[in-house]
Write a protein that binds this ligand. Sequence first.
Ligand SMILES: *Cc1c(COP(=O)(O)O)cnc(C)c1O
Length: 429
Amino acid sequence: MDFEKMSSKELFEEAKKYIPGGVNSPVRAFRSVDGEPFFTRAAHGAKLETVDGKTLVDFVCTWGPALFGHDNPVIREAVRKALERGTSFGTPSAAEVEMAKLVHEMIPCAEMVRMTNSGTEATMSCIRLARGYTKRDKIVKFSGCYHGHVDSLLVKAGSGALTFGNPDSAGIPADLARLTIVLPFNDTAAIDECFSKYGDEIACVILEPYPANVGLIPPKPGFLKHLRETCTRQGSLLVFDEVITGFRVAAGGAQARENVMPDLCALGKIIGGGLPVGAFCGRREIMEYIAPLGPVYQAGTLSGNPLAMAAGVAALKMIREGNPYDALEKKSMFIVDAVRGAAKERGVAVQTPMAASLFSFFFNENEVVDYETALKSSTETYKKFFKNCLDNGVYLAPSAFEICFMSAAHGEDDLQLAADVMAKSIKSL
Ligand SMILES: *Cc1c(COP(=O)(O)O)cnc(C)c1O
């Protein structure tokens, strides 16, 4: 069997025999858009080449990491150089120190940094660290915020202002989920109520400062500051999950853009320049609670891997030297404007939140402020929009509740093509 010569359809059939659902991460299965996935052969710049010979302008950007597009020559060269010296050492190496120093200099709260292999490991470690440091067990999260597949965090919410979580996944003990309190995003009254009941039991509040896993939801003015003040007053830690927003909305992440300093912060995706990486960082006093200095255990055989560090360091240096965010924002605006214009003409209601390199489309009459309002968006309309775009060479997030990513590699031609296709697709709805 020559895997290199197989079509997407053939590969998917074969994959389903050996991999659950045919994919190694569920959203890739295209179930939310009633489709079957295409398989990618290669990716360069802003484009994916499928095994079926199609070229697609890519607005998923490997779910965030490809801030500089695919196969960026500077990152490729850094990885190539590192590769010549070996792929893993199991001892400290210089690149880990360079990475930690860069993160410290770029992310405001990062007095100290520990590398992991994924965003999930990073948020999981933040939760354990917050519990170990505060000696409290309960944690607060917000409905619709995704923090990786961590047991305590795979808990969303029913309706209602204050829900003790029911797990979203089988296999999570109810006794554990009970320690997770789920609140609606952007609701300061719910936070006050929660803290007045459980204030001295709450280890931390964890959130995506700009939720980006139910579409993009901007925080209301003052919401993040209110959280900061509440946590400080109650002795709970404020944990920002910046696995998406870190290095995507500003060099210093959402905490720099919003001028709100968390105690701990999880990073991932972009920080690896396209290789598997995560990290968590924060106040020295708290970070020194981690082994080998402190009692909270956390480890990783491949953490700080030299190839991943080389790619990540190259990406962060380009960010620091090039400050790409104004240009990214302009490009996102160009796409969003094209969609809004077409939607207006066609009489389609669409909300288009954006922040620098992030944007999303809610087919919704009303502004989306939280999970509940996001869920009122039309998934049927999104499916049609998505399919139409894909058929015409533009790859958007394969779910109404995932966001789109702009990269520095998207050129004028890519953007014009995408804007035309997306506008046409809206008009045909
Ligand atoms: C993707 C994501 C994670 C999990 O990162 P993985 O590398 O997939 O484990 C955590 N938090 C947020 C906000 C994410 O978007």
